[in-house]
Design a protein around this ligand. Structure first.
Ligand code: PEP
Ligand code: MN
Length: 348
């Protein structure tokens, strides 16, 4: 059984003033539930003309917050100059943001500026859903002798108008974990959700998916925050939410649990075999269609037919108990493979 205490990082999206930093840090420290205080000093904003962080001026506020609360501090660094300043103020832990992790030139610059540091450096997933790029960011740091590395999963942007700001795409985080199993991975539900309402739910999901901790944005007065106002919680709300999260065990030694699980897993294995067999048969039929299309000089893509298939499947989503998002994802994958198979037949 894996017993562990998750690492909890919390604090404002941006350091706005000394008062705001101190008030938030003190309120968080008073809960006794926070391990590290975060505050963004340099803010990579999507649009110009918005608050881009207080810059170096904010670093003494973090130092003061550390003195007053005893909490270690963390901030985001995005270029060599940021690193130099953060190291000068002995900021305890550093993180690389999602936009920086997506840019190999920036990553290289930051890695070289951090060369040999003993500090813990967390790397957020890049904004785009590219696990190789995330790995590359970590590898650049490792190549500069940075040994204390960790990962932060904050979701991926540009994935439609779902309720969440950044699609979690949990499978990509699992893949990253598989590739770098020795690195701790924490979840940033604030940037995944983009609004307060879902943070508890996503945090619980992260706990159940064996994450090593959480990074949660909090502000002494969230409604007035200068960045990410909709997703920040008050320190009290962070404490309440953390109390509500169950960090369950990885395994159980109960015999009845083991027997029940074994039976259900057998069912799953047998269903998976059937699904794969059916998919294989479906692709063989798609190939036959490809041959007929080739003989009749008809192109592969028949948009109306495909829309019809999707529509009929989605109409059944409720009675099947499957989400529309899931059905669409599965159907898209089937369609891509079908087209691929027909393509091969057409051009063989
Ligand atoms: C942040 O943590 O405030 C931030 C800018 O995050 P990300 O890089 O995940 O967008
Ligand atoms: Mn933020």
């Amino acid at each position: 059984m894996k017993e562990k205490r998750p690492l909890i990082i919390s604090g404002p999206c941006s350091a706005e003033s000394e008062e705001q930093v101190l008030a938030t840090a003190q309120a968080l420290a008073a809960t006794g539930k926070i391990d590290i205080f975060r505050a963004g000093v340099w803010k990579p904003r999507t649009k110009p003309g918005t608050f881009e962080g207080a810059g170096v001026e904010a670093l003494p506020w973090l130092v003061k917050a550390r003195e007053v609360t005893g909490l270690p501090m963390t901030t985001e660094v995005a270029n060599a100059k940021h690193v130099e300043s953060a190291l000068e103020y002995d900021i305890d832990v550093l993180w690389i943001g999602a936009r920086t992790a997506a840019n190999p030139f920036s990553m290289q610059e930051v890695a070289e500026a951090l060369r040999g540091t003993e500090k813990m450096v967390y790397v957020k997933n890049p904004v785009n859903s590219d696990v190789d790029l995330w790995c590359g960011a970590v590898e650049r740091l490792a190549a500069c002798g940075i040994k204390n590395l960790g990962l932060i999963h904050r979701g991926f942007s540009g994935f439609g108008a779902g309720p969440l700001r950044n699609a979690p795409m949990w499978h990509l985080a699992f893949e990253m974990r598989r590739r770098m199993p020795e690195l701790p991975m924490i979840c940033d539900p604030s940037h995944i959700c983009g609004c307060r309402d879902y943070i508890a739910e996503v945090s619980q999901q992260a706990a159940d998916l064996n994450y090593d901790g959480l990074m949660i944005e909090s502000h002494i007065n969230p409604a007035e925050a200068w960045s990410d106002a909709k997703q920040q919680l008050t320190p009290e709300a962070v404490a309440t939410m953390l109390d509500s999260i169950k960090w369950r065990a990885g395994e159980s030694n109960s015999e009845s649990y083991k027997i029940a699980l074994m039976g259900l897993r057998e069912q799953i294995d047998s269903l998976d075999r059937e699904i794969l067999q059916l998919l294989s048969e479906r692709m063989n039929v798609a190939e036959k269609i490809g041959r007929i299309k080739r003989e009749n000089d008809v192109r592969i893509l028949q948009a109306v037919r495909w829309e019809d298939i999707v529509e009929r499947a989605l109409a059944r989503s409720k009675s099947l108990g499957l989400s529309e998002y899931f059905l669409r994802t599965v159907l898209d994958a089937i369609h891509i493979e079908s087209i691929d198979r027909q393509n091969r037949v057409m051009n063989e």
